[in-house]
Structures are given as C-alpha cells and as structure tokens.
Design a protein around this ligand. Structure first.
Ligand SMILES: Nc1ncnc2c1ncn2[C@@H]1O[C@H](COP(=O)(O)OP(=O)(O)OP(=O)(O)O)[C@@H](O)[C@H]1O
Length: 810
C-alpha cells in the first residue's frame, strides 16, 4: 500500500531533486549564479519565489505542522486574522502570493499541502505530515479523531497505486487546481461576450465574430417539437441573390439574442433562442415562441455567454471534492483514474460476435479490451482509423449483454454521429438522445427524448389533460360575474388537471429513460435533472481528447466502468482564457490516462480508411511512430480515379506551392489581431480553380487555414464557380474529410515567426482531412525556420510536386 504521505514524500523528493539539479546546472553554466543551500538548511530567512497563502480551512494540526516545517527550513511564516479572515502565509513577504483555493467543499488534505510546499517552495514536508494515527484496518479512509473534531482524510490510504507511467495527479490537487481555472475560463467567456456585444460598437462585435448585423428574417416555420425556427439571412442580397454571411463564431447550440439592428447594447431582445443550423448564407435559430412583431425590420444576432455550463462543471468538482462519489457507482473508477489502485481487466475477454463483420484486427482488439475492462479502457484512434466505428461496436456488444450505456461526447455533432450510427447498426436498440431539439441533426430527431416521450401512453394521457385544461379555461371565460360557485369548481378542476398533466409528463420521461438501452448526451448535458436517478453500467466518451477533464467527470461519476476514445494528437479542447490554458485547464483526461497507464489500458487503431498512403505517411511517421497503415481500399486512391477528371496533370497526391520570394507578405488585422495574406489567398484560389477545371467537384474540395482572418479573405475571393468549396479554419474541419484539401499557411515574414502553426496537433488535423490530394501553400523560407514545419515542407518536397506561386499569378 502506498500512503498519501509516502506519495507526497516521493513528489517532494522529486521536486527537491529537480531543484537541486536545476541549481547545479545553473552553477555549471554560470559561476556567478549561487545555488540555494540544500534543505533542511540553517534557520535563516531564505528568499522564496512565491508566498503560499492558506485560508482558514486547515485543521489545527495542519497549521501547527506548517509553522514547524517553515521554521525548520528558515522560511518566513506568519499567521494573521481571525475566523474567515484567518490566513497563514509561508514564504517571503515580497514574493508573488499564491492563494491556496478554499471553498467549503474542499478539505485541504495533507497530500495537497505537501505538494504545494514541494512545487512552490521546494520543501520536503512529507515526514512532518506523516499520519500519526493508523488508517482504518480495511485500508479505506476512516474518519480520524483529532483535536476534538473529526477530520476526513479523504482517499488518503486507499488501495495500492498501480505502477504509474507518468506524473500522477491527486484528486485533491485536480479539484484544487481546476476550480480557479474554471472561474478564469468563465470570466474570460463572459468578458469576451460582453466586450463583443455591449462594450464595443456592433461593427466591432461583428468583426470579432460574436454578432451578425443587418439580417432579415426570411422564414419562420413551426415544427421542431413545438419550437419555431427563424431563418436569418444577410440583408445585403435584398432577397434577390443569396449572399454569404461574414465570417463569424456562431455554431449550433450557442445561446443567442435577436435584436433590432439599431438597438443599443442595453436594449432588450425581440426574442432569445438557440442556434439550430449554420449555413454559408443563413443562420437558423430555434425559439420557444415566435414573437408577435419586430421581425419585419433589419435585425442583429448576438452571441451570449453560457454560464450554465460552468455552474454544472463546478457542481461536478464539488461532488468529487466532497467524496460523495465513494458511495456512488464510480467509487473504484475514481481511484483508478487518480492512480490509487491499478486498472483491472478480466483474464479472458468475454466471447463476442461482431455486429460489424468488417472490423479490422486492431479494431477487434480495441473492442475486446473495452469489453474486458473492469474499470477503464482507452481506444486511441488516429485520423480515419474508425474510432467511432469501434466505439459503436462496443456499445452494441454491451447492450447485447444487458448493460445500460451512457454514450457521450463533448460536441453535439459527435453525439449525433453516434446516435445515427447506433440506430443504423441495430434498429431494435432503444437509443435516446438527450438535449434541446435545436441542437440535434434532423436525422436523429426521432431518437430525441421528446420524440420518445411523445409516443408514450403517459404522454398521450398528458395531452388529453391539456385538452381538458383548454376546455375548462374556455368555460371559465364564458362564465358570468356572479357564477362564483361554478368558477370555484372549475378552478379546482383546473388545478387537478395541471397537476396530473405534469405528473404524467414526468412519468413518461422516467419510463423512456428507464427502458432505454443507450442514452446519448453531450458531456454537459448529462447533468440534466431527469438523468440524475438513472443508473448506468458503462459510460462511453467519444472524442475524449477534445473534452475538458472536468466535463468528463460529469459523465464518469454515473457508472463503474468507462471507455474513452480519442486522439490526443489532434486538436485539444478550446479554452478561451490563455491563463487557464497555461495552467492546465486544456489538459485532457484521455492524455493524462495515456501518460499514467499507457498501453496497459489503451489499444491503438492502426489501419486508416481515408488517406492515400502518401498523405498518411507524414502524419504516421511524425506523430504515431510509423504505426499507421493505409487500408488497401484507399492506399493508392487519387484524384485522377474520380469520375469526370481529365487526365492526371496537376492532380498529384501531394503538392507544395511555394510563395517564398514572391512578395506575398502576411498582414495583421487592425481589430482582432488575426493574420492574413492576400497574395497567398489568390494563389490558393487559383489552385482550387485548376482542380475544378481538371474535373474535381467543388463539393469535394476544402480549403483550410489556421487563421480566421484568412478565412474571410479567401471567402471574399470566391467566385460563383467556387461557391460549394468549403473554406474554414482547422478547428472547423476536425473530424471531417474532403477528397482534396488545400492548406493556406499564411505566415510570411522576415523573422521566421510562425505562431500557433507550430502546434503539431493543428497541422496533423489539417493534413489528415485529405483523402486523395493535399496541397500546402506556404512561404517555405518562413515556415521552415520551425523544425517541425521544416520537416513537413521537406516531406512534401521529397514526395510531391513542387511549384512556385509565380506560376499561378503569371
Ligand atoms: N473496418 C473498416 N472497414 C472499412 N471501412 C471502415 C472500417 N472502419 C472504419 N471505416 C470507415 O472509415 C471512415 C472513418 O471511420 P470513423 O468515422 O469511425 O473514424 P474516426 O476515427 O472516428 O474518424 P475521425 O478521424 O474523423 O475522428 C468511415 O467512412 C468508416 O466507414
């Protein structure tokens, strides 16, 4: 058994050793740099880089030990204030202070204190905090009587830790570090929304992508399970020609306000709603009820901050911090995920007959591993390797065994994808999709909770109640002033009917959810009230590498077993706050578990079904240790094989179009700060035109650029012929594919600055969207200054056609 104190001691030793090494290295590099004396040193006041500030939620014992340890190491320490204002400070008074998160939900554990002292002050306090009372005999965390009050040593002495393959994160440290980061992220989102729509001119808000100005409502149709859909288009076309909307950041499920175009920021909305669909020329929003008037004027759409998500995520953290999960289904799973007990697997995977007989060897291995997992298994799916295909098989197999499955993903589109594929694979399966119908694809609406409920007996009885309510209301309206008795009787009847209607609706929802084999929801959606009492056997998270760890926990606490599928080498979750990102909010559970347990819980899919071998090989060698192979059905496919193409000239699998020396310098937007490159954009469009002339359908071509400003420039250059060519940022293309992809890298400067292009995950996603052709348009001199991009350029030079951009402008 590895105690918390022992682990903290190991962590402290590691940090102290690292500090010693760093100081030794500094010393070796520069004789002028004095190294710190090794701790414990003489009790002289040492300068420290930070000052830790502890709030009142420490026990008397912890406070005493803190002072003792600081004293021993000659580090300044003080205690001030009373009650809630009480603070213990450890570290130099003039150093930057680091507040140890408090909050009533968090007990600051010994382990957390040891870690904080080790990380920030390079102090080894493990011995001092070693428990002086014995743990409960069963090794579980029993309450220890101390200083006259009970102190819960949460998780402190739980089962033996599995052999960790990487740095461990304790549950307490995770909660303590994530709570403030969530606050930062919420503040950043609210600030972004406020700044964009209320503190700046509407034109600036539009430039930032958070507002769309001068729209007209072209359609208001009923449907969508009782909601109204409003279609909004740009007023510029005046109804004659459809006009593209300007670049924006609206996407399905965003919460929005619709206002008169000239309204001031504080004016109320005509109506609020949720974005239902985003198309090139229109945006469709779902509203509870169409407003009676106000829609026949120029309109403005504003994106609002969605604070509900943060509230839900905080609740999840608080549940974890309180240790409530220990009594719930996920008690043992939590221990495994924080390295306190090893992951367990059945000795032999249960026999299974695949629903999908075309699964390849690596997919079968991944499914077997998932079915054998008693706690958690990972499916690592590089681009196009059929990760969702494997996940769907796992769910079908589990449902066949009688398990109730909660199938989730971070995005609505990924959840819809699961629903659609599950329903197709086994139409007898009861698959229920949670969530606002506006957020669902039309093809999965019949699986929505509302659609299921609508068909149930209780719901039909509830509708009868509704009819009777209407009739009773009509009768009341017809009554004369003096019909007191009758009115009273009708009112009482009404109350009973309303109550019965509500109860029937509730019962209908509970029945549908209880009977379902698979319930599908986004990660934040799983905290919906109706799901609270439902028990699951397995939680599946698809696209887990795009989900914040805290969001995964909302789902994970609902079942004893979990299967996570994803690829940590593609784009990470979006985090708005730079500070929160820097401090680790973007770190995903998928990646953490990969580091912690590696191949012992993870199966990598190795056959990809999308790319020509030439496109795949760069990604495989650069990011997946050369383990990917192209399935025979795609390994050699190229554009020239497509119908209607004219020969193979200009249709090579890889092409490098070099703008170096062609006077195509990048520029920076005045507002927003995004980068663009007009010269390069013209070259990109010219190459797309050449592809179309060679017989490639515009629909099969995608243009990807990392910079939103370049998306705008490219869209402006698009002629009618190119209307169906999709132009988007890398993020907009994640999870998708096109026969031909043209990448506009934008950066061209004399200093070799490449910004976030050097993030290998971003480039990995961009290149691997292509099935048969990938063209890289860039200034090779600028981008090659970055070693990773230099290798990419070299790969394209070695294996593809090389063209100078001059050839396109001549
Ligand atoms: N065993 C297989 N045999 C043939 N085709 C397959 C197989 N597995 C997956 N595919 C096909 O490969 C494509 C990608 O599959 P899927 O969407 O499951 O992959 P993914 O890894 O989830 O994709 P992404 O890279 O977008 O995350 C789909 O068209 C799918 O039908």
């Amino acid at each position: 058994m590895v105690s918390a104190a022992a682990k903290a001691k190991a962590a402290a030793k590691k940090a102290a050793t690292a500090a010693k090494h760093a100081s030794a290295a500094k010393k070796a590099g520069s004789q002028e740099q004095p190294s710190l004396p090794p701790a414990p040193g003489p009790p002289t006041a040492l300068p420290t880089a930070v000052q830790l500030v502890f709030k009142p939620n420490l026990t008397a014992r912890q406070r005493a030990i803190l002072h003792e340890v600081a004293e021993q190491h000659g580090i300044p320490h003080s205690s001030s204030g009373e009650g809630d204002a009480r603070r213990i400070r450890v570290g130099s008074t003039d150093a930057a202070s680091v507040e140890v998160p408090d909050g009533t939900a968090i007990d600051v554990s010994d382990e957390l204190i040891c870690e904080l002292l080790a990380v920030h002050l390079k102090l080894d306090a493990a011995d001092a905090f070693a428990p002086r009372s014995k743990p409960a005999p069963n090794g579980s965390s029993g309450p220890l009587a101390e200083n006259g009050r009970e102190v819960r040593m949460q998780f402190a002495e739980r089962g033996a830790a599995a052999k960790p393959g990487g740095k461990q994160l304790s549950l307490e440290a995770f909660v303590a570090q994530t709570l403030p980061l969530l606050e930062l992220e919420k503040d950043a989102e609210v600030a972004q929304a406020q700044e964009a729509v209320s503190q700046c001119k509407p034109e600036t808000a539009q430039a930032k992508g958070r507002a769309l100005l001068n729209l007209r409502c072209t359609d208001a149709e009923g449907g969508l399970l009782g909601r109204t859909l409003l279609t909004l288009a740009s007023n510029k076309g005046a109804g004659t020609v459809p006009v593209s909307l300007p670049p924006h950041k609206f996407s399905p499920h965003d919460v929005v306000d619709l206002k008169p175009n000239k309204a001031s920021p504080s004016d109320p909305a005509i109506v609020g709603g949720v974005v239902y669909r985003v198309k090139e020329e229109v945006i469709i929003i779902a509203v509870e009820e169409a407003p009676d008037d106000g829609l026949d004027q120029p309109l403005r759409l504003e994106k609002l901050a969605n604070e509900v998500t943060y509230k839900r995520l905080k609740e999840t953290l608080q549940t974890l911090a309180r240790g409530v999960h220990q009594e719930g289904p996920a008690g043992a799973l939590v221990d495994v995920m924080f390295g306190r007990s090893p992951p367990r697997f059945l000795n032999n995977a249960p026999p299974w007959t695949p629903f999908n007989t075309g699964l390849d060897e690596s997919q079968r291995r991944a499914v077997s591993r998932a079915l054998a997992a008693k706690d958690v298994a990972l499916i690592h799916g590089p681009p196009g390797t059929g990760k969702t295909t494997a996940v769907v098989e796992v769910i079908l197999q589990e449902a066949r065994r009688g398990s109730k499955v909660l199938a989730t993903a971070a995005s609505n589109i990924a959840v819809d994808n699961l629903v659609e594929r599950l329903a197709l694979a086994n139409p007898k399966l009861s698959v229920v999709r949670m969530g606002h119908p506006a957020r669902l694809l039309p093809q999965v609406l019949s699986n929505s909770l509302e659609a299921h409920v609508f068909q149930s007996d209780n719901s039909s009885l509830a509708r009868d109640c509704r009819k009777e309510i209407k009739a009773a209301n009509a009768k009341i309206l017809k009554l004369g002033r003096k019909d007191y008795a009758e009115r009273r009787a009708l009112r009482s009847e009404l109350r009973a009917l309303v109550k019965e209607e509500r109860q029937r609706q509730e019962r209908a929802v509970t029945e549908v959810l209880t009977r379902a084999d698979v319930i599908c929801s986004t990660l934040t959606g799983v905290m919906a009230r109706h799901l609270q009492p439902i028990k699951f056997d397995l939680v599946v998270i698809d696209e887990a590498a795009q989900a914040l760890e805290v969001a995964c926990w909302s789902a994970l606490l609902k079942a004893p077993r979990a299967v996570l599928a994803g690829d940590h080498l593609q784009l990470p979750p979006t985090v708005i706050s730079d500070e929160a990102m820097r401090k680790g909010l973007g770190q995903t559970l998928f990646e953490r578990l990969q580091r912690l347990y590696g191949d012992s819980i993870s199966e990598m899919l190795t056959v990809q079904y999308r790319m020509n071998q030439g496109i795949m090989q760069w990604s495989s060698d650069e990011l997946y240790a050369g383990r990917l192979t192209a399935h025979a059905s795609v390994a050699q496919h190229c554009l020239a094989d497509l119908p209607d193409t004219t020969g193979s000239e200009g249709l090579e699998v890889l092409a490098l179009i070099d703008t170096a020396g062609c006077d195509m310098e990048e520029k920076k937007e005045e507002e927003g700060g995004s980068t663009y490159n007009e010269g390069e954009a013209q070259v990109v469009i010219a190459h797309v035109q050449a592809l179309i002339q060679a017989g490639i359908r515009p629909l099969d071509i995608g243009v990807i650029t990392p910079y939103s400003a370049q998306v705008g420039v490219l869209r402006e250059l698009r002629t009618d012929l190119l209307a169906q060519v999709e132009i988007s940022t890398v993020d907009g293309f994640q999870g998708r594919e096109k026969e031909a992809i043209v990448i506009s890298m934008v950066r061209s400067n004399s200093t070799g600055e490449v910004g976030f292009l050097s993030d290998n995950r971003r480039m990995n996603v961009a290149v691997t969207r292509a099935r048969r052709h990938c063209a890289l348009v860039c200034d090779t001199e600028t981008v090659s200054k970055d070693p990773f991009l230099g290798r990419l350029v070299q790969y394209f030079t070695d294996h593809g056609a090389y063209l100078s951009a001059d050839a396109f402008t001549a």
